[in-house]
Design a protein around this ligand. Structure first.
Ligand SMILES: Cc1cc2nc3c(=O)[nH]c(=O)nc-3n(C[C@H](O)[C@H](O)[C@H](O)COP(=O)(O)OP(=O)(O)OC[C@H]3O[C@@H](n4cnc5c(N)ncnc54)[C@H](O)[C@@H]3O)c2cc1C
Length: 552
């Protein structure tokens, strides 16, 4: 919940300061927080801290005569830190002329003569009006993290995606508010992107791991030995982790970026059992994560696994940061990742107008814009409908001749009926151009030979997914596209497991070519690419793990 707006007072006389605070609390104590400072510099410091903590300051009341810094100077400097705050100068009768001059010089909102007894007549009416004016335009205070960075910077985009997909409440400020927070934090351009945490701590150009740690997310394992290590925090991994932990297995869930996997990017999953009106991927991920935590699953983020190696009866799991843990059994649930767009210039502009997949939050920032989207499968269709709720126009670029080839009928029907979505079939992106950010796309229609240059600022790519399994050693058998072979798919024409298989029994149904290492979800060859089946395979892998553990 956002904190109450602040009424900040600067007064060097302790008795007067207490009296002001008493009057303010009497009328505004329920709705506002009164913060007192004993000098101009102390008030500026308090204002900086409030700004960094995302607290909104509604009114600043400063005494005209204070040693060190006058009230007028304070109010002038305060404007740079909280430009929206209403500024009131407190004066004695003798200083009235100076106060009137200050109104013009530093654009004061009001001056008040001390003493103001009774406050009902001489203080509250003035403040009521100022607070009303402030509330009409003010942004409420904000309890989450504040991201500062250029909209078209890939690094800013990366931080934004990380915060969003890990369900960390955040706001991405634009100028002039961003400039005010930058000044309050003393940040230069070289410090960007930066994140100001809710407690006011400023992270300059943070890496994802540092950010994760600051957000209270675990990034390294708490112990050396587990019953099960699940690699990948998508639906399959979450399913496996929840079932394993609920059945008493000591479980570590390892995710390289954000819990939720691809499903976390889905704006509305409509075909998952038990959610008749659909459920957003991020909500499903959040619920599954809570469930996993409730069953005492230890979950890591920003922890990339780079190796799984058998060692006796144990399976050693190696992390990119050099750490390792040992498990009795492992579940590989590493899913798939988007293929890169094979168009000239696309790599340079990734994160600067070209995005792979899209988390649901991205759509709101496209309000009133024209958005291009590449892909013709369900994920692209779902995204097009979601973007069309915000964007002025969504143009889907589909290489094939017909949407129906790769998309469910219910999505095709909605897309065709949507007035803001245009589908261009038989169309490819040849190149992406722009100076530091996407500005133009060169489109081609191979069927007709037509070429066209269109202005474009945002292109979302949803094309064919490939399994990131290159890091697994030769011992893990894959199909030609890199999907992992399991169970019966490992048996040759003679019905025998591969020569490297060390046991007399055949591999269990979801077991890879390395005993004790199971595979679940999209990364498995011939798997059904759906949330429900991924979760189901995760659960099934745990049943097979129990069977496996009885044999070692
Ligand atoms: C936009 C979109 C919409 C979709 N809509 C639907 C829908 O409506 N209905 C439906 O049923 N399905 C839908 N899907 C498909 C569904 O999301 C996937 O089938 C499902 O997420 C697969 O789950 P998974 O756990 O196997 O893999 P993923 O969800 O891909 O998760 C794998 C996870 O493993 C992590 N990982 C990979 N390598 C490593 C490593 N080396 N170390 C640590 N972690 C690693 C990844 O970061 C990722 O988080 C949609 C997919 C997308 C992209």
């Amino acid at each position: 919940m956002a904190s109450r707006p602040v009424l900040l007072t600067a007064e060097d006389d302790p008795a007067v300061s207490r009296a002001i605070a008493r009057d303010l609390r009497r009328r505004y104590g329920q709705t506002h927080r009164v913060v007192r400072a004993a000098s101009g510099p102390a008030a500026l410091e308090a204002l900086r801290e409030l700004t960094l903590r995302g607290e909104a300051t509604a009114v600043i009341m400063a005494d005209y005569r204070m040693p060190g810094m006058s009230g007028v100077d304070l109010l002038e400097q305060a404007m740079d830190i909280q430009p929206a705050a209403k500024r009131v100068l407190l004066t004695a009768y003798a200083d009235t002329d100076a106060a009137i001059r200050a109104i013009n010089e530093v654009d004061l909102d009001h001056y008040l003569l001390k003493p103001w007894d009774p406050p009902e007549d001489r203080l509250y009416p003035v403040l009521d009006e100022l607070l009303e004016q402030w509330a009409r335009h003010a942004r409420p205070g904000f309890d989450g993290a504040t991201l500062l960075g250029h909209q078209w910077s890939d690094k800013t985009q990366q931080l934004k995606e990380f915060l969003a997909s890990n369900q960390v409440p955040y706001r991405h400020l634009r100028d002039p508010e961003a400039a005010a927070v930058r000044r309050a934090a003393g940040l230069s351009d070289a410090d960007l992107p930066a994140v100001v945490m809710p407690d006011g701590v400023v992270l300059r150009r943070p890496g994802l791991r540092e950010l994760a740690q600051r957000c209270g997310l675990a990034t390294t394992a708490g112990s050396q030995l587990y019953d099960v290590v699940v690699i990948g925090g998508g639906p399959a991994g979450l399913g496996a982790a929840v079932y394993a932990a609920s059945e008493g297995l000591r479980t570590l869930l390892v995710e390289q970026s954000a819990i939720g996997g691809q499903a976390g990017q889905s704006s509305l999953i409509e075909n998952y059992l038990g959610f008749p009106r659909g459920v957003s991927g991020s909500e499903l991920a959040q619920r599954a994560r809570d469930q996993a935590v409730r069953f005492a699953v230890e979950a890591l983020t920003t922890a990339e696994v780079v190796g799984v190696v058998p060692h006796g009866d144990g399976r050693v799991v190696r992390f990119r940061d050099g750490g390792e843990v040992t498990a009795h059994a492992v579940v590989l649930a590493t899913g798939v990742s988007w293929q890169r767009l094979p168009a000239a210039g696309a790599e340079t502009l990734a994160g600067r107008g070209i995005y792979y997949g899209a988390t649901a939050h991205e759509a709101a920032s496209c309000a009133g814009e024209e958005v291009y989207l590449v892909g013709g499968a369900n994920s692209a269709g779902q995204a097009a409908l979601h973007f069309a709720r915000y964007a002025k126009r969504v143009v889907m670029l589909v290489r094939g001749p017909d949407l129906r080839r790769g998309m469910s009928e219910y999505l095709v029907a909605r897309i065709e009926a949507h007035p803001a979505i245009e589908v261009r079939t038989g169309t490819e992106v040849r190149s992406a151009e722009g100076d530091g950010r996407l500005e133009r796309l060169v489109l081609a229609e191979p069927g007709t030979g037509r070429r066209e240059v269109v202005p474009a600022t945002r292109l979302f790519v949803f094309i064919g997914a490939s399994p990131p399994t290159g890091w697994l050693g030769e011992a893990f058998q894959r199909d030609p596209r890199g999907f992992l072979l399991t169970g019966p798919a490992l048996l040759g024409e003679d019905g025998q497991p591969p020569p490297s298989w060390p046991l007399t029994r055949d591999p269990y149904h979801l077991e890879s070519s390395v005993p004790g290492v199971f595979v679940a979800g999209d990364v498995r060859a011939e798997s059904v690419k759906r949330v429900a089946s991924a979760v189901g395979e995760g659960a099934m892998a745990v049943t097979l793990i129990h069977r496996y553990l009885e044999t070692i």
